[in-house]
Design a protein around this ligand. Structure first.
Ligand code: PLP
Length: 449
């Protein structure tokens, strides 16, 4: 019988994260203070983020960083996650390619975001913080943070974009089940929220409003820290556990990936699976190809510019060097909520600039077609975000069918889609459409100050 799943014992779970910043041929440019335009120090960031995360953010020298024992203990609740050979998908495509996926959907929250929520809450607790806050769109990050806060005995306050709260009610139920306070943003609980509501009582919220509220809460509440689930370097660091496990599991499968694929929102699950393998390209001359799959409606990697830009719509964050569509770019309301972000993380942006990663953009309907084929062959209903990785994998596997190449393709299944079933209903009913962005729509937005 052919082996389908490659597992690790608890004792084989990696005990250190991999920091690709130490090995990058060109380090990421520094984030800048928006007023002075001087490079930020970790002390600047520590006003709102846990101190240890700030140090990790700017650490360009240590290749390996120990995972705290308390975090490892919580990782063992759901790690190692399985590496799976997708034989049935291969058969349905008639491809000679070998397709593997790393299944990050098996934890209680259903996505990879928990891998960073746990250390962020652990470090916050260590520093004497009592409360954490964040914003969430579709709700995966808010759910992961709520769980991690409850694990480490912190109070969590989550600002969820009001419209998303109405569209995906079960995610706020999950957050409340883990004890978090969930506010629809804009809310009346912050000055920023009140100002927005006073101007526009019917405002349905955006990530921009929710970030403003969460940051205000962290800055005005003693003992409260802000957390972020993507984009930043320390988040990609924590997610490296995905690729480090996959490396050991591919070894058990007796293969090494020629191509690695993940969907791309801010870059954390992509970096998580890609960077540990990329170190062998940098250090050992391997030639693995890395593909980041983004939505056609939010094409920062394929059509954005590399420049300093704000991380949020309101322009409150530091200036970050990144591929961006402009901080006021408003992506269409696609179902892959986690991929509706205007910029790419700083590490990935530098690696794209250096030609080590390439982006592909995928229309919404192609992602649902891919997700449904995956569900019917491999038995897992993927998150709409993850379906971008599946669609890109299918494109590569079909190229192999033409050329006869037996490539080894590894993709990351970042989450399951069981809270997104209304999106599947809409697709099956023929109610979904593609959203291609025109050059005009892209050029009218603003990059930087
Ligand atoms: C948030 C999310 C993403 C996108 O975020 P990245 O930081 O780019 O990984 C992708 N998939 C799922 C399931 C998510 O919840």
């Amino acid at each position: 019988m052919k082996q389908k799943k490659f597992l690790l014992n608890e004792s084989e779970i990696p005990t250190q994260w991999y920091n690709i910043q130490a090995d990058m041929p060109n380090k990421p440019l520094p984030p800048l203070h928006p007023a002075t335009r001087q490079p930020l120090t970790w002390e600047d960031l520590a006003h709102i983020f846990p101190t240890e995360c700030c140090k990790q953010e700017l650490n360009t020298t240590d290749r390996w960083i120990d995972i705290p024992e308390e975090v490892l203990e919580k990782y063992r609740f759901y790690r190692a996650t399985p590496l799976v050979r997708a034989y049935e998908l291969e058969k349905a495509l008639g491809t000679p390619a070998h397709i593997y996926f790393k299944n990050e959907s098996t934890n209680p929250l259903g996505s990879h975001k928990i891998n960073s929520a746990l250390p962020q809450c652990y470090y916050a607790k260590q520093e004497g913080t009592t409360n954490v806050t964040t914003e969430t769109g579709a709700g995966q990050w808010g759910a992961a943070l709520s769980y991690a806060a409850s694990v480490f005995g912190l109070e969590a306050a989550v600002y969820q974009v009001k419209i998303s709260m109405q569209q995906k009610p079960y995610r706020s139920s999950i957050m409340r089940t883990f004890g978090a306070t969930v506010e629809g943003s804009p809310s009346m609980s912050t000055r920023a929220g009140k100002d927005i509501i006073t101007k526009n009582p019917m405002h349905m919220g955006s990530l921009g409003t929710a970030i403003s509220e969460a940051v205000e809460l962290a800055m005005t509440t003693p003992g409260c820290k802000y957390t972020l689930g993507s984009v930043l370097n320390h988040v990609a660091l924590h997610q490296s556990i995905i690729g480090l496990e996959a490396e050991k599991q591919m070894e058990k499968a007796g293969e090494y990936p020629d191509t690695i694929i993940a969907c791309f929102g801010g870059g954390s699950n992509f970096g998580g699976i890609a960077f540990p393998f990329m170190r062998h390209n940098i250090l050992d001359g391997r030639k693995t190809e890395f593909i980041a799959a983004e939505p056609e409606s939010c094409p920062k990697l394929t059509r954005g510019k590399f420049d300093y830009d704000f991380g949020d719509e309101a322009g409150l964050t530091p200036l970050l060097p990144m591929y961006t569509l402009g901080h006021d770019f408003r992506p269409a309301n696609i179902h892959a909520g986690g991929l509706r972000y205007h910029g790419a993380g700083m590490i990935v942006s530098q690696l794209i600039k250096d030609g080590m990663i390439h982006g592909v953009d995928i229309p919404q309907l192609e992602t649902f077609e891919a997700g449904i084929l995956f569900a019917r062959t491999e038995g897992i209903i993927p998150a709409p975000e993850s379906s971008h990785a599946i669609a890109a994998t299918i494109r590569e596997a079909l190229k192999c069918k033409e050329t006869g190449e037996e490539k080894v393709i590894l993709f990351n299944l970042s989450g399951h889609g069981l809270i997104d079933m209304s999106a599947y209903d809409q697709y099956i009913n023929g109610d979904l459409v593609n959203y291609k962005v025109s050059d005009d729509e892209i050029s009218k937005n603003h990059i930087g100050a």
